[in-house]
Design a protein around this ligand. Structure first.
Ligand code: DX5
Length: 215
């Protein structure tokens, strides 16, 4: 059964505590926290302060997605703030092995993310070191975008490499995940689905989570 992480980018930030509790009570397996710096992506969201606040609200797995330049400068701050997993983008990692080691040395899970235009082969050398691979199915920066089907072949390739080589990483997909696209990415081999609009934008979040799980 896949795990579902609720992306707080789509939450109502006027009442973040209520939204976090809603996700927890609805059965989310974790929260996906999109950190954006206005440089790597054309949007700015939040930093360690918000991660700390969310950490105080829940024991859910906090999956921090750094859509920022020079992520290595901030990894420790996000771990200190309570991240359980930190994902960096391969596009801004001059030395992926070093960035991954920097995360794992802090005893949290290390993820690497690929933008839609980035060749999936670029992450293959790192698979043996990673806890997660995040395949973006939208251009990073904004929620409520349309799912990009090109992500499916990338998921299938990473799934095949992991299975062939007996490796550990979980495959995560974020961007435009809803009832129909969730089925496609599950069938392609994804382990974790991140969803914002499909969850926070709807009533009955528990029902939506079950739908995304294919339950
Ligand atoms: C893209 C963001 C979004 C968000 C999920 O930068 O990462 O994909 O988490 O947004 P929805 O589920 O609304 O597409």
């Amino acid at each position: 059964m896949v795990r579902i992480f609720a992306s707080i980018l789509a939450a109502d930030f006027r009442c973040l505590e209520r939204e976090v509790r809603r996700a927890e009570e609805a059965g989310a397996d974790g929260l996906h926290l999109d950190v954006m710096d206005g440089h790597f992506v054309p949007n700015i969201t939040f930093g360690p302060m918000v991660v700390s606040a969310v950490r105080k609200l829940t024991s859910l797995y906090l999956d921090v997605h750094l859509m920022i330049e020079e992520p290595g400068r901030y990894i420790d701050r996000f771990v200190e703030s309570g991240a359980d997993g930190v994902t960096v983008h391969i596009e801004v990692c001059r030395n992926p092995a070093a960035e991954i080691e920097a995360i794992r040395s802090l005893h949290v899970e290390a993820g690497m993310s690929l933008n839609p235009e980035t060749a999936v082969e670029s992450v293959r050398p790192s698979l043996s070191r990673l806890d997660g691979v995040l395949v973006m199915s939208v251009q990073p920066g904004f929620g409520a975008q349309a799912f990009m089907p090109s992500a499916l072949q990338k998921i299938r390739k990473v799934r095949a490499w992991i299975d062939e080589d007996g490796l550990d990483p979980q495959i995560m997909v974020v961007g435009g995940i809803h009832r129909d696209t969730a089925k496609l990415v599950r069938e392609a081999g994804a382990d974790v689905l991140g969803a914002g609009t499909a969850l926070f934008g709807k009533a009955e979040m528990a029902k939506q989570i079950r739908i995304l799980k294919g339950a």
